[in-house]
Design a protein around this ligand. Structure first.
Ligand SMILES: [Zn+2]
Length: 307
């Protein structure tokens, strides 16, 4: 009897729970459908018109990469992290978040399995054409949120070359270097000093939102030490520098990562990014100055040389 009762009770309980879940799920779905998603790919064409207006004509492109992240984190770590950050910021300050964008600079990891390293020309063209297409759809302020160290110079260069040809939109690169709030908060929590790739920080951020993809048991399988193989070189920059230091595509100690540190990072940084989005929405000066600049660059001889 007991044996029979147990499954019956479990079945009844399951029915009640799934019934309740069914109601709340239906409500959730209805609520979600009435709200404007921040995810580009989830908007209908009609919603998109509304989203462009609500976002003040802004869109965030989280830029990631496919590359090795130590022995324990997934290839898409940078994109997964910076898209999560962008989604959390967009929940605080409405903007549209572009779908998965993996087309960055990563030649330095070509010796590691799973790296997708597009050619330089393609990298520039696909980002430019993505921006052109967004602008054609009414998005005149495009925000790049970078998740990958190897993209830093590429994206700054991309912003710089926006002045080459006249355009009716502006590109802004998220640069929180003047805000030390996140750095200071993390410094107190940090257990390791060497970090930078799949180390304490990046492992923490993945633990905060995708713990299912973190293989903590493998974090010590390879060395994340700095091999410092160009120590004799002075006052010089060379492209092989990262390979010289971190040939395993691992810098730091992933095993030190914690969910708490990752959550602190996302909470604080999404606030900083939301503040940036707010300021971009309010900004009229960039487009105004670009317009004057492009007009002037068509007729340089007419640019005043005296006050
Ligand atoms: Zn990374």
């Amino acid at each position: 009897m007991k044996r029979l009762m147990k499954p019956l009770v479990i079945l009844l309980l399951a029915a009640v729970v799934s019934g309740l879940a069914g109601i709340s799920l239906a409500q959730e779905t209805a609520k979600a459908a009435s709200e404007l998603s921040v995810r580009y790919e989830e908007l209908t064409s009609r919603d998109f018109i509304q989203a462009v207006a609500k976002s003040g004509g802004t869109c965030v492109i989280p830029v990631g990469i496919l590359e090795k992240h130590g022995p324990h984190l997934p290839l898409g770590t940078d994109l997964l992290d910076c898209r999560e950050l962008s989604l959390r910021a967009a929940a605080k300050e409405y903007t549209i978040v572009f779908p998965q964008y993996y087309f960055g600079q990563i030649f330095e990891a070509k010796h590691q399995p799973g790296t997708i390293a597009y050619s330089v020309r393609l990298m520039l063209d696909v980002l430019q054409e993505t921006c052109d297409e967004l602008a054609r759809n009414g998005i005149k302020k495009i925000i790049l949120v970078n998740g990958h160290g190897g993209n830093e110079q590429f994206l700054q260069y991309f912003c710089q070359v926006q002045l080459a040809v006249r355009k009716d939109y502006a590109v802004y690169l998220y640069d929180p270097s003047d805000d030390t709030s996140v750095f200071d908060a993390l410094k107190k929590m940090r257990k390791t000093s060497l970090d930078g790739h799949a180390g304490e920080e990046e492992t923490s951020s993945m633990l905060a939102h995708r713990p299912d993809l973190v293989h903590m048991d493998r974090a010590n399988d390879e060395s994340g030490e700095d091999q410092n193989r160009l120590a004799g070189l002075k006052h010089a920059y060379t492209g092989i520098w990262w390979y010289a230091s971190q040939p395993n595509h691992y810098r730091g100690y992933g095993a030190a990562g914690t969910k708490e540190m990752g959550e602190t990072m996302f909470n604080l940084e999404s606030g900083v990014l939301a503040e940036m989005i707010r300021s971009v929405k309010a900004d009229t000066k960039t487009l105004e100055l670009q317009k004057i600049f492009f007009e002037g660059s068509d007729k340089p001889l007419e640019t005043k040389q005296k006050n």
